[in-house]
Write a protein of this length. Structure first.
Length: 559
């Protein structure tokens, strides 16, 4: 789930559900430890102990087992000295890994290996805002399945995050072309040399100050020296306007700097790698990307520092069930959107990440590329979500025209665009197919999943990838679960398909009502519903289409 969508609340609820069993939460930064401790206590009411450096979780002197229902620990502490063996995982029911994109590291894998050796029944849960596409396949080797996957664009559509605007600022002297690539990203030393040149420093600073106005902002620098110099330049513009921190900043001094920023004493806070994770300030309205990157994960982490709704309405949003109303509340708040500034130069062979890449989870690569070009040419601020949707619609309309033209030319009836099949289950179930995620690559359907497709949907599972099939099955389970909640029997997939071809959405109708519609259309010679038709039975009104389909089935269906 994206930054600001409540991952800590989710795993706190999981911890509560595991009680009276104990849970161990692992994170890698001090800020994450204290945030997790406070949130778990608030959600569960449990005692939460910390195992980190000088802090030690209490252990029963007789049983040698933990006292608290939940313990939060750093990975560094758990891997050090005698504390490697302090805890026996037989004492725990659940292990939570915060910022789970780090779980592919050897230290985390070692903890997981030991944990499962000691307790094969241990439940292991990972949560992350940024599973980078290059890391997804590796995460699939650590975790058995993906329980829930929620894109940032869905969170914006559902009114949990503010809309993201982007502006690309052209700096003529910026030239990234000679920068080397190291570990998949721009080489740090090379990048710092480019960004710290006099012209580029002033190009970034001047544009940021002019565009930001009086909005509070976070700046991401390419090096410690870069952060320091940029902050100094800002303060030349207005005394006390900016401050900066790095990993070596004294902890007490850092807390004071952050507190001054939170109170509005300083407008800008520059950093080098400090606020990528574990920094939450809902008043941040603008991000200055003085640290260009090729990493989607890193960019999403930096941009995510500004996407939270302002605290003045954040708690109110949780009480509002309607997405449209939540979006309206955000629009009318003192923080209706956030702005990301990227600095454009000669990128050479490098593909630098933009907001289009982090918002385009279910959008075609062609639409992402078109949106970036449109934004560059505009020279102004644009809402990337709407821009991506517009570009995707243009592409779909163009492809539809091309398909229709090809069909006319060949005097053939156009086949369905998905898998060129006569049956398009995505259209029938009204699901927009999303991209295959790395963790699904190479996976196979269970026999139970195949049986659902063959027996209940009359589909051949071999015609679909694992990701496609799972989306289709999830759509079918959504229908079954809605019927179960409503206390009625759902129509068959065959009935839904037939009625859909006549313009009737039968997904959430009782089977008896769907049967009345079928009979009426049949009586009318299969020419659609007769005028004025009304079913005798009660119709279940379908819910509003959501921006995403929630996971409704397990990876192994026990049929």
């Amino acid at each position: 789930m994206p930054t600001g969508c409540g991952k800590t609340c989710v795993f706190a609820s999981i911890i509560r559900s595991q009680f009276p069993g104990r849970t161990l939460v692992i994170a890698h930064r001090e800020e994450l430890i204290w945030q997790a401790r406070d949130k778990i206590k608030a959600v569960t009411g449990f005692r939460v102990d910390v195992e980190m450096a000088q802090y030690k979780a209490a252990v029963d002197s007789d049983m040698f087992s933990p006292v608290a229902p939940a313990i939060v620990a750093t990975i560094q502490t758990l891997m050090s000295g005698s504390r490697k063996t302090k805890f026996d995982f037989k004492d725990f029911r659940c292990l939570v890994i915060d910022e789970a994109h780090h779980a592919t590291a050897s230290s985390y894998r070692e903890i997981i290996r030991v944990a499962l050796e000691q307790n094969p029944k241990l439940n292991i849960v990972g949560v992350t805002a940024t599973p980078d596409r290059s890391d997804e396949e590796a995460l699939g080797q650590v975790f058995e399945s993906v329980a829930f996957d929620y894109e940032i664009i869905d969170a914006i559509s559902d009114g949990w995050l503010v809309p993201v605007e982007q502006q690309m600022v052209s700096v003529d002297s910026l030239d990234y072309s000679s920068i080397r690539t190291t570990a998949g990203d721009l080489n740090g030393a090379d990048l710092a040399e480019v960004m710290e040149s006099e012209k580029n420093l002033h190009g970034v600073a001047s544009a940021t100050i002019d565009i930001a106005g009086n909005r509070r902002g976070i700046g991401f620098a390419s090096s410690v020296n870069h952060a320091r110099i940029l902050s100094e330049i800002f303060n030349r513009h207005r005394t006390g306007m900016s401050n900066w921190v790095c990993g070596k900043t004294d902890k007490i001094e850092r807390k004071q700097i952050i507190a001054d920023f939170a109170r509005g004493k300083t407008q800008w806070l520059w950093n080098c790698g400090v606020f990528v994770e574990g920094f939450d300030d809902s008043g941040v309205e603008i991000i200055s990307m003085g640290r260009p990157t090729k990493s989607r994960s890193l960019y999403a982490q930096m941009a995510g520092r500004s996407t939270r709704p302002h605290e003045c309405i954040a708690h109110q949003l949780n009480t509002v069930p309607d997405a449209a109303l939540r979006r309206m509340m955000i629009k009318r708040s003192i923080k209706p959107s956030c702005l990301i500034l990227d600095f454009v130069g000669n990128s050479g062979k490098h593909k630098l990440i933009t907001t289009a890449d982090i918002l385009g989870g279910n959008v075609s690569d062609e639409a992402i590329k078109a949106a970036i070009e449109t934004l560059k040419q505009s020279g102004g601020q644009m809402r990337m979500k709407e821009l991506l949707e517009d570009e995707e619609q243009k592409i779909e309309e163009r492809k539809k025209r091309e398909l229709e033209a090809a069909a006319r030319k060949a005097k053939l009836k156009a086949k369905a665009s998905f898998k060129t099949q006569s049956v398009n289950p995505f259209d029938i179930l009204q699901i927009k197919p999303h991209k295959e995620r790395g963790w699904d690559q190479g996976r196979k359907l269970s026999e139970g999943q195949k049986e659902v497709m063959r027996k209940h949907m009359e589909l051949n599972p071999d015609d679909y990838t694992y990701s496609e099939a799972k989306q289709i099955i999830d759509g079918q389970f959504l229908i079954w679960n809605k019927a179960k909640e409503g206390g009625y029997r759902a129509p068959t997939f065959k009935m839904i398909k037939k009625l859909k071809s006549h313009g009737v959405d039968a997904r959430f109708m009782p089977i008896g009502v769907a049967g009345e519609y079928m009979d009426a259309i049949k009586t009318n010679g299969w020419h659609g519903l007769p005028e004025g038709f009304q079913p005798k039975s009660q119709v279940v009104i379908p819910p509003r289409p959501a921006a995403m389909q929630y996971a409704t089935q397990t990876d192994d269906i026990p049929f």
